[in-house]
Design a protein around this ligand. Structure first.
Ligand SMILES: Cc1cc2nc3c(=O)[nH]c(=O)nc-3n(C[C@H](O)[C@H](O)[C@H](O)COP(=O)(O)OP(=O)(O)OC[C@H]3O[C@@H](n4cnc5c(N)ncnc54)[C@H](O)[C@@H]3O)c2cc1C
Length: 402
């Protein structure tokens, strides 16, 4: 997804703004059997005016403000194997703003490494996006699994994510995107993408596609490249180069062809996770397959000695910073303002650095800033009401003239 939603949606926005013109449309196949349907050009707006149900965006409808830190590592996620005492530890953490998006692919790699140790009883430490998918994939590989975690959904960081398929959001810095990393990342993305296709159309819509509109007051904004005056290290921007075939083409709407007056709109199709339903589904499947979940906190890796399993997958996310003393994990703060759901709203918006998502478990508004450095090295988790209201009022402004 390469446009320009901001922050983790920065990666999405890049797709919105820049990439969709040359992208191909994927008609997903199963087990690599059928893939096709190339449509290489950006579509022009259809003749009929776009109709969008009005969103009831107002600050009195905010139900919750949540804050969490993304576990960013400049070199990308940690997936190596470490021996600590008698235990084999397979790491599976540090996915920045892409943890949900890459989870099936990343956990697939971790599971392969864990199973290679020859044990059939395996522990997973952590019950977020990476821990749950690790547990499920271990079961599918024939292992008996216990998840040990301090907290379970909805009290994990994964439950506070925006909920979009953003596979290269703050995944690593450009300098670290070696050919080997790119190959690894592309494999993770493709496996995750295909797995997500098997989770569409389920009760409660854990995963669904939405139309997403990038809205601009200025037509040139739709074509603007990132500022070249910024001297900070760049975050890797991998989608256009490596997975263009997974990006549906966008459509543009000029003034008068949509409900937002003289503005310019670009429409994309994005995959969205309704995280409450999705996390519950993952937990229920894990338990139905015979998985066990135990509440446990580990203060140092030496604490793993008390576990009966010899092989562990470490999926503690940002928690690995303290647990393993891994200071390569950099916090990137993100805040969501949640609002009463509105069942007739099935589209997302991006306007003036604010993202809106029509999640069924609560509408999501987020200030995402102008680039991936928004919230960088900020580990404060105190909710900022003013920021939440700014997010809601910015989107509400689009509807003022309606
Ligand atoms: C605002 C925001 C928006 C985001 N939006 C998106 C998005 O749209 N799409 C996307 O793909 N990603 C998104 N992300 C990123 C994504 O949320 C993370 O990459 C992902 O949640 C990381 O999952 P995890 O399983 O590694 O960690 P966590 O969800 O943090 O889970 C860690 C688990 O380990 C346990 N644990 C930690 N330490 C210990 C310990 N010492 N002892 C025992 N248990 C421990 C915790 O209790 C928990 O169960 C977003 C992140 C933020 C902050």
């Amino acid at each position: 997804m390469k446009n320009r939603r901001f922050s983790e949606q920065e990666r999405l926005d890049r797709r919105r703004l820049l990439a969709a013109g040359g992208a191909a449309l994927l008609v997903a196949g199963i087990d690599g059997c059928s893939v096709g349907g190339l449509q290489p050009k950006r579509r022009t707006a259809p003749a009929a005016a776009l109709q969008l149900a009005p969103l009831r965006a107002s600050t009195d409808r905010i139900t919750q403000i949540t804050v969490c830190t993304r576990p960013f590592r400049a070199q990308g996620p940690r997936l190596d194997v470490e021996q600590i005492g008698q235990k084999v530890i397979v790491h599976n953490y540090g996915h920045g703003g892409s943890g949900w998006s890459l989870s099936w692919g990343s956990s697939g790699i971790a599971v392969q490494k864990a199973m290679a140790a020859g044990e059939r009883e395996i522990a997973v430490i952590g019950c977020g996006a990476l821990g749950l998918t690790s547990g499920l994939l271990l079961q599918r590989a024939g292992a008996r699994v216990t998840i040990y975690a301090k907290d379970l959904p909805p009290n994990v960081r994964s439950s506070l994510a925006s909920g979009l398929w953003t596979p290269d959001s703050r995944i690593c810095l450009e300098d670290h995107a070696t050919p080997a990393f790119k190959q690894l990342w592309a494999n993770m993305v493709r496996r995750s993408f295909q797995t997500y296709q098997s989770l569409l159309g389920l009760p409660g819509n854990p995963v669904e596609f939405i139309d997403d509109y990038f809205v601009s007051d200025d037509s040139t904004r739709l074509r603007r490249e990132a500022s070249s005056t910024d001297t900070r290290p760049k975050f890797a921007d991998l989608q256009r180069e490596l997975i263009a075939d997974l990006i549906p083409r966008s459509e543009d709407f000029g003034p008068g062809s949509h409900p937002f007056g003289n503005r310019y709109l670009r429409r994309n199709s994005l995959m969205m996770f309704n995280i409450t339903a999705y996390a519950r589904l993952l937990m229920a499947d894990f338990v139905a397959n015979g998985g066990k979940i135990e509440i446990a906190e580990f203060h140092t890796p030496a604490d793993f000695a008390k576990l009966r399993e010899k092989v562990l997958i470490n999926a503690t996310g940002y928690g690995s910073r303290a647990l393993f003393g891994d200071e390569s994990i950099i916090p990137v703060r993100g805040q969501l303002a949640r609002m009463i759901p509105q069942s007739d709203i099935n589209y997302g918006l991006f306007y003036k650095g604010v993202s809106f998502l029509p999640r069924r478990d609560g509408l999501v508004f987020q200030v995402v800033g102008d680039d991936d450095y928004y919230g960088f090295k900020d580990d404060t988790t105190v909710p900022d009401r003013a920021e939440a209201e700014l997010a809601v009022n910015t989107i509400a402004g689009l509807y003022k003239a309606l």
